[in-house]
Design a protein around this ligand. Sequence first.
Ligand code: ZN
Length: 238
Amino acid sequence: MNEIEKLQKLIDSSNDIVFFGGAGVSTESGLKDFRSKNGLYSIKNLKYPPEYLLSHECLVKNPKLFFEYYKNNMNFTKAEPNVTHLYLKQLEDLGKLKAIITQNIDGLHQKAGSKNVLEIHGTTYNCHCEKCKKQYHGEYIFDSKGIPKCECGGIVRPDVVLYGEMLPKEFELAIDYITKADLLIVAGTSLTVQPASSLIRYFQGKNLVIINNTNTPYDYIADLVINKPLGEVFSKLH
Ligand code: ZN
């Protein structure tokens, strides 16, 4: 039995599956992985690091710069779900997959039709007015000129968790789901960025599977480790 067949067997025999995904889930939809060799963070000629450009401090002190960077780099409205997103949607429909926990902010799981998606870093899919809290579709920011404004005059900002901001309530929910899961599939993340990577420590179930291009610090506790591109793995599952 090869490793993909082993994964299929684990999926077939589990009923409380939780999927925990990182940037690697979306790279096959043409999105850049922030931290990989060719990712956004590797662009060295930026005057400011992305950690500043996507921080609450930048939004408040230099909104022009914030929105310029945000509009140029965080517009995923034309991206389409790939085979991994679509497989997970099927698995949710079967009642086997209880939750998708994602570090991604691209909204592609919702676009694939998945319902229970916990976005622990928020989403570019929606935005809201800082002042009156009125909600807008994410495209409102990308369609705006300069600094996007609400009808009340407040700044309209993305529902993304910026550097320097607290984690959303989804993080607590994610812990709940992971604690109750019988199979946890971790995919497309190097598990090196805290606090997201610490989520894996809450797992008490039977089988932990890690699928990633490179090794992760948690491979030693996994029951199955697959070092293959996600598309290659998920296109063979049913
Ligand atoms: Zn407003």
